[in-house]
Design a protein around this ligand. Structure first.
Ligand SMILES: Cc1cc2nc3c(=O)[nH]c(=O)nc-3n(C[C@H](O)[C@H](O)[C@H](O)COP(=O)(O)O)c2cc1C
Length: 317
C-alpha cells in the first residue's frame, strides 16, 4: 500500500505470521523502461530472493496503461528477482487516473485483458502474473466482462476490492457482488475490502464465495490479524489479539529501524500507522497524542517510555 506498507512493514507483518504473499506499493509505468534502482527502492526484497526475512514472496506491482511498456518492465522486475508480478487496476487516485492508470482502465475491459496478456506473454510461464481490480469504475456492470478477460488472458490470481472507483474507500465493501464471478471450484479469486477482524473475514468469504482474501488497512490496524484469521479458518481455538503493550514495542522498534533517519520526516510513518492502530487499540490514541507534535528522535523515544508507563496495567497507583 503506497506510503504505508513498505519493506520494513512487510518484514514486521510477515514476521508475525499468517501471510502467504505480499505485493509492493505500485510502481508507476509510463513509456520508459525503469532503471533497476526504482525497482530496488520499492522492493528491496529483490536483493533477498524476492522474499521477506520470514520467507514470504513479495510480488512487484506495476500500474500503467501502456501494455508493451508494462510488459517490458514486468520482464525487468522478474530478471531482477521478482517471484511474481501484480497489475494494479484498482487505484482511484486522480493523478494516477489522469495518466490513464489504475481504476480508470476498468471502463475498458478489453484494455485490461490486453495488458494482462502482454505481461503474461513477457515473463516466463512459471512466474505468476496477478491482477487487482475493483468492482468497476462508476458501477459494477462490466465486472463479469473484466473478470473473464483477466482470466482468459492468463492471470494466475485476481484480487477484487469490492467497491467501485466511485465508492472510493467508503464503507461498506460489497462482498456479495463478487459472488457473481466466483465459481464453486474457484481457487484464484481473492476478496478484498473492509476486513478489519476475524468476523469480517468469515462474512467476506461467505458473501463472496472466495476461498482467499487480501488484507489492506486491516493489516495495519491489527498486525496479527492474518494469523488469527488463519487459525479461525483452520477450526482452531480463537487466538487472543496481541496485547497493546506488545504492539507498542513493535511500533517503537519500527520507528527506530525505519522512521527515525530522515530529519524532515521523523516519525511520519509511525504517526500514520498509529492512526490505523487506533481502530483496534484505543491506547494508540494516547501514544499518538504524545508523539503528534514531536520531531526529535530522543524526545519520541522518551514519549514511548512515558506512554508505556501510563498504560501499563501494573503501574503504581
Ligand atoms: C493509503 C493507501 C494506499 C494504497 N496503496 C495501494 C497500492 O499501492 N496498491 C494496491 O494494489 N492497493 C493499494 N491500496 C488499496 C488497498 O490495497 C486495498 O485494496 C483497499 O484499501 C481496500 O482494502 P481494505 O479495506 O482492507 O483496506 C491502498 C489503499 C490505501 C488506503
Amino acid at each position: 500500500m503506497e506510503g504505508v506498507i513498505d519493506a520494513p512493514m512487510r518484514r514486521l507483518l510477515t514476521g508475525l505470521g499468517g501471510y502467504s504473499r505480499c505485493v509492493t506499493e505500485f510502481i508507476r509505468v509510463t513509456t520508459v523502461l525503469l532503471p533497476e534502482k526504482v525497482f530496488l527502492r520499492l522492493c528491496p526484497e529483490l536483493e533477498t530472493d524476492g522474499q521477506t526475512e520470514s520467507g514470504v514472496p513479495v510480488y512487484t506491482q506495476l500500474l500503467g496503461s501502456n501494455a508493451q511498456c508494462l510488459a517490458a518492465n514486468a520482464r525487468r522486475a522478474v530478471e531482477l528477482g521478482a517471484p511474481g508480478v501484480d497489475l494494479n487496476f484498482g487505484c482511484p487516485a486522480k493523478t494516477v487516473n489522469n495518466s490513464l492508470g489504475g481504476s480508470i482502465l476498468l471502463r475498458e475491459p478489453q484494455k485490461v485483458a490486453s495488458i494482462v496478456r502482454a505481461v503474461r506473454d513477457a515473463v516466463p510461464a512459471e512466474v505468476p502474473v496477478t491482477a487487482k481490480i475493483r468492482l468497476g469504475y462508476d458501477n459494477s456492470d462490466a465486472l463479469a466482462e473484466i473478470v473473464q478477460g483477466v482470466r482468459e488472458a492468463g492471470a494466475t490470481e485476481l484480487a477484487i476490492h469490492a467497491r467501485t472507483k466511485f465508492d472510493g474507500y467508503k464503507p461498506p465493501a460489497w462482498w456479495a457482488e463478487v459472488a457473481s464471478v466466483v465459481q464453486p471450484d474457484d481457487n484464484m479469486t481473492y476478496i478484498n475490502g473492509e476486513i478489519w477482524n476475524v468476523d469480517d473475514s468469515v462474512r467476506a468469504r461467505l458473501a463472496s464465495g472466495c476461498r482467499h482474501l487480501m488484507l489492506g488497512r486491516g493489516a495495519l490496524a491489527a498486525p496479527d490479524l492474518a494469523l488469527r484469521i488463519r487459525a479461525a479458518a483452520a477450526g482452531q481455538a480463537p487466538l487472543a489479539p496481541m496485547a497493546w503493550l506488545d504492539i507498542s514495542q513493535h511500533v517503537e522498534a519500527q520507528f527506530l529501524r525505519s522512521d527515525s533517519q530522515s530529519p524532515r520526516h521523523v516519525g511520519n510513518r509511525t504517526k500514520q500507522w498509529l492512526a490505523y492502530l487506533k481502530r483496534t487499540y484505543p491506547e494508540a490514541n494516547e501514544l499518538f497524542a504524545r508523539l503528534r507534535t514531536l520531531r526529535d528522535v530522543n524526545a519520541m523515544v522518551a514519549a514511548f517510555a512515558e506512554h508505556r508507563r501510563a498504560v501499563s496495567p501494573d503501574r503504581l497507583a
